[in-house]
Ligand binder design. Sequence first.
Ligand code: NAP
Length: 263
Amino acid sequence: MSSLHNNELFSVKDKTVLVTGGSRGIGLMIARTLVENGAKVYISSRKAAVCQAVAEELSKIGNCIAIPADISTAEGRAYLVNALKEQETGLDVLVNNAGANWGAPFKDYPESGYDKVMDLNVKSIFFLTQDLLPLLLAKASLEQPANVINIGSIDGMRVSTLDNSAYGVSKAAVHHLTKILAVKMQGKGITVNAVAPGPFRSKMTESMLDAFQKQVEGVNPMKRIGMDGDMGGIVVFLASRAGSYVNGAVIPVDGGMHLLSMV
Ligand SMILES: NC(=O)c1ccc[n+]([C@@H]2O[C@H](COP(=O)([O-])OP(=O)(O)OC[C@H]3O[C@@H](n4cnc5c(N)ncnc54)[C@H](OP(=O)(O)O)[C@@H]3O)[C@@H](O)[C@H]2O)c1
């Protein structure tokens, strides 16, 4: 039996990773942790100047490259995939993180909002993963799998009291898509898992947390919102040797909040 020490067991050093939506919020938390731990991290988001500036900032501590693209469109995904293929022959880890929310009461929920949420949160994961399969397969093996890590939400596990019904639908779809892909990848040496965050401070949650952070923390079993290291930690685990036998899982990272019936 071989022995593995922590620095080997949890290592992501020299892994090539793509984090979509890596320019801010949860994606940036994940990208920064991966860069700090020696991975070569590509980040992608729509606003090119921001994406570039964040990559330059992270490059001061490690290796980070920006590929700006709108992955909610087929053209944007094609651009991203081609740009990555020009620079890499393989991809160890794909973090499908970019996501959007749309708040409106159910009776007034616009079709445009529904489409925006579903196109980015679900369809882009489906097709980006499909398009990046050749690169993932190039790094895949049953002992050292390549990893697809989808960022879902606890809103896909239980019904939020917020007016964001399409978002909850999209995140439940992300969780089930994760399980479907884990099975479809059988024998290929690629794991597919989802992480379901609870509330973290980001542009997406800023106004909600500005109004309700104390109440949200009050009902959370851990009495706090998510913070730096919480999302990076779970992604490092899943991307390292330590997580290589975890497959098709939906892992809440929420202090236990998904266990509550309402927020
Ligand atoms: N924050 C939370 O509490 C929380 C809880 C549960 C789940 N989540 C999930 O975590 C993920 C990240 O959320 P966040 O809170 O960090 O949101 P955020 O602060 O709004 O960040 C979203 C990121 O995605 C990028 N993005 C948005 N639309 C895009 C598109 N069409 N193509 C490419 N990139 C795009 C954004 O950059 P550009 O605007 O420049 O494109 C940004 O980098 C999402 O999937 C979200 O649903 C968040």
